[in-house]
Design a protein around this ligand. Structure first.
Ligand code: SAM
Length: 290
């Protein structure tokens, strides 16, 4: 099978199967061999690695990953792509195709089954409509991870790297900071995809920290606090957190905890760093215990 990243080869497969791109699945296939190479090389995978590919499309990246990795597990949601993938991947014996929604797959179980529970690498040209839930789910579900190398909307890559006080700073920035080291390895223009997306894209590599940069007393509660603080980012932290259905702190408690951490009662979430959120969560926890 020829390199599917060459536009004429992608077109040939699409026409052969009369495939219609589905917007609802975020289908923008990669048609640039240099970008494909850059993603796989940046992912730094070797024959000792198992790779999870989310959304293989017609198998363009899957084929290239299969050359470098020991095993590739590709999860595709679209029924219409399965017969295509069965053809394009038919000569590869280290690729497992799973027909499912990635948000419904038990990824930790896959890592156990295909990699003996050792950390896996995730490589993908992600469907943009669910980038954030996919990345958050990978981090929060405790899947053993080595790296995540993914194509995302440029704006999302920027959000992943943003710091306090900027407009891009939010729950995703803090989750990425807590769990990984982030590096943008390429900027990718719309003409590298078929069909062309309306936005620019970027490849970002997230390398999991061995130990998070701050010590959270209760990681899950800290992220509930973070989500609440940015859920209503124009409001003060006291208002947004006390309104959160996920949390049950009174305004007085939040004000007192903020005071303990050295913040004004009118501060907004966007002013707080990761370490501030960790401290705030500890203070709130101690108040409940008293
Ligand atoms: N990897 C291919 C490439 O680079 O050309 C396709 C990338 S395309 C941006 C996103 C892919 O993810 C599509 O194949 C789409 O059908 C698939 N997809 C969308 N939602 C998904 C989901 N919830 N679970 C698994 N795959 C999904």
């Amino acid at each position: 099978m020829d390199n599917l990243a060459i536009p004429k080869n992608t077109i040939e497969i699409i026409q052969k199967y009369n495939f219609a791109f589905q917007k609802k699945f975020g289908q923008n296939f990669l048609i640039d061999p240099r970008v494909l190479e850059k993603i796989v090389v940046s992912a730094g995978i070797g024959k000792e690695d198992a790779v999870l590919e989310i959304g293989p499309g017609i198998g363009t990246m899957t084929r290239r990953l299969s050359e470098s990795a020991g095993r590739v597990i590709a999860v595709e949601i679209d029924d219409h792509l399965i017969p295509i993938l069965q053809e394009t991947l038919s000569d590869l014996d280290n690729v497992t195709l799973i027909h499912n929604d990635i948000l419904k797959v038990d990824i930790a179980k896959l890592a156990e089954e295909y990699n003996g529970g050792r950390p896996i690498c995730v490589v993908a040209n992600l469907p943009y409509y669910i980038t954030t839930p996919i990345v958050m789910n990978l981090f929060e579900s405790g899947v053993p991870l080595k790296t995540i190398t993914v194509m995302v909307q440029k704006e999302v890559a920027e959000r992943m790297q943003a710091g306090p006080g900027t407009k891009d700073y939010g729950a995703l920035s803090l989750a990425v900071q807590y769990y990984a080291e982030a590096e943008i390895v390429a900027n990718v223009p719309p003409n590298c995809f078929m069909p062309r997306p309306n936005v620019g894209s970027a490849v970002i590599r997230l390398t999991r920290h061995e130990k998070p940069p701050v010590e959270a007393q209760d990681e899950k509660e800290m992220f509930r606090l973070i989500r609440a603080a940015f859920g209503q980012r124009r409001k003060t932290l006291v208002n947004s957190v006390s309104n959160s259905p996920e949390l049950s702190y009174s305004k007085e408690m939040i004000q007192a905890a903020l005071g303990e951490c050295g913040f004004s009662p009118t501060v907004r979430g966007e002013a707080l760093t990761l370490s501030d959120f960790a401290n705030l969560q500890k203070s709130l926890h101690n108040m409940i215990d008293k």
